[in-house]
Design a protein around this ligand. Structure first.
Ligand code: HEC
Length: 198
């Protein structure tokens, strides 16, 4: 009798743990499914993006910018699979697309240009996370800036800001508009998977 009770308790416990994991998993999936805004229109820091599709990493190191690069880091860019597929199919991004650009410092270098020796040769590698810029497609909400909103969650080490107010067009959208208006405000030339090699 005792054994049966213990067995029953074990089964109930296991079921509870499985249910809990399942439900928290669902919450995470929902919150990373599309852009989330606060009641006053701030964008909430996206979560789970490092598990999205990684589409490329433009690099603008100090060594190539007289030591004064605006962004002396790798720009790791992520997008959700369904939005990548939407672009590949239609040449425009679906409504609700979120593109995350996470800045990542170079690994500590051995040379003045920031490069380092490694078993694979002299070059650059990624160090610490150092900031985040995000673009969101919502043609109604961001009608004034070609249907995209621009957000900065800090240019510094983790943690990033929990929310971000839309950046003024003069700080972000203007430059994207000048150089990438024909490709849905996104610099697709930097990303092989968006250039059509899919
Ligand atoms: C002077 C021009 C310029 C300004 C200003 C600018 N960007 Fe960009 N942005 C670029 C270029 C060029 C790329 C692609 C190459 C790279 O990352 O170096 C890019 C890439 C991005 C990407 C990755 C997706 C894409 O379009 O390639 C995001 C997200 C982004 N920028 C957000 C922002 C935000 C947010 C701001 C303002 C805080 C901003 N940008 C300001 C030129 C600019």
């Amino acid at each position: 009798m005792k054994r049966i009770v213990v067995l029953l308790l074990l089964i109930t416990g296991l079921a509870a743990v499985m249910y809990f994991q399942h439900s928290t998993g669902k919450v995470m999936a929902a919150s990373s499914d599309g852009p989330q805004f606060t009641a006053d229109g701030k964008l909430i820091l996206p979560v789970g993006y490092r598990k999205w599709i990684f589409i490329g990493a433009p690099l603008t190191p100090n060594g190539l910018n007289n030591g004064k690069a605006g962004f002396p880091e790798y720009h790791n860019v992520y997008i959700q699979e369904k939005n990548l597929e939407g672009y590949q199919k239609n040449g425009v991004f679906p409504e609700g697309t979120v593109i995350v650009k996470e800045l990542v410092l170079l690994r500590k270098g051995d040379y003045p240009d920031g490069s380092a020796d490694s078993p694979s040769g002299r070059g650059f590698g990624e160090g610490e996370f150092n900031g985040m810029d995000v673009t969101v497609k919502d043609s109604k909400r961001f009608a004034k800036t070609n249907g995209w909103g621009f957000f900065n969650f800090g240019h510094h080490a983790l943690p990033y800001e929990p929310t971000s107010t839309e950046s003024p067009a003069t700080e972000c959208a203007g430059c994207h508009q000048a150089g990438a208006a024909k490709t849905d405000m996104t610099w697709v030339d930097f990303y092989p998977v968006l250039r059509g090699n899919n």
